[in-house]
Ligand binder design. Structure first.
Ligand code: FE
Length: 171
């Protein structure tokens, strides 16, 4: 017996008036100003900010001998290495171009790029937060979708793209 399933007509999903719902663009931007400085030798390129569920996607770029401070996540993180290589001080593996990295909730790690790598670029899909912790496990700082948006606003204002440039990533 076959059943016919009736799908509703394509609906219009409510979006903010200036949201761009369908964008294909170079993930590695042609305009270097799109990269937002995050720390010494650490930059991120926003791709997607979800202020409803606290998720964001970005490319992370770390240049030679740079590192991302010790942190933990309350929710899963997925990474895909596009270029270069990096490792966590807390693990004995090295993630190289083409690697998929899964960071489970609760995982604490420190990302480092060694002297033999000029630059690494990795796509990360993050939910919740980056909670920076010291050696004793005490929280020293945090980042979430809202602080990331604010960092973008300030940077894009400074480099002449304007604070509103970040709005294209908020969907
Ligand atoms: Fe992490």
């Amino acid at each position: 017996m076959s059943t016919t399933v009736e799908f509703p007509a394509p609906c219009t999903i409510p979006m903010p008036p200036d949201a761009q719902s369908d964008i294909v663009e170079k993930a590695i931007p042609e305009d270097p100003r799109v990269w937002v400085p995050q720390a010494d030798r650490v930059y991120f390129r926003p791709l997607f900010f979800n202020t409803t569920n606290g998720q964001w996607c970005n490319l992370l770029k770390v240049t030679k001998a740079g590192f991302l401070s010790r942190h933990r996540h309350p929710a899963p993180v997925h990474g895909y290495v596009i270029k270069g290589k990096w490792r966590y001080l807390e693990h004995d593996w090295v993630a190289t171009a083409g690697s998929y990295v899964f960071e489970p909730p609760g995982e604490i790690h420190t990302l480092v790029v060694d002297e033999d790598c000029e630059e690494m670029i990795t796509f990360f899909n993050i939910s919740g937060a980056m909670i920076y912790v010291d050696e004793a496990g005490r929280t020293t700082a945090y980042e979430d979708v809202h602080t990331k948006i604010e960092m973008c606003r300030r940077h894009y204002e400074k480099v002449g793209l304007g604070t509103d440039y970040v709005r294209r990533f908020i969907r």
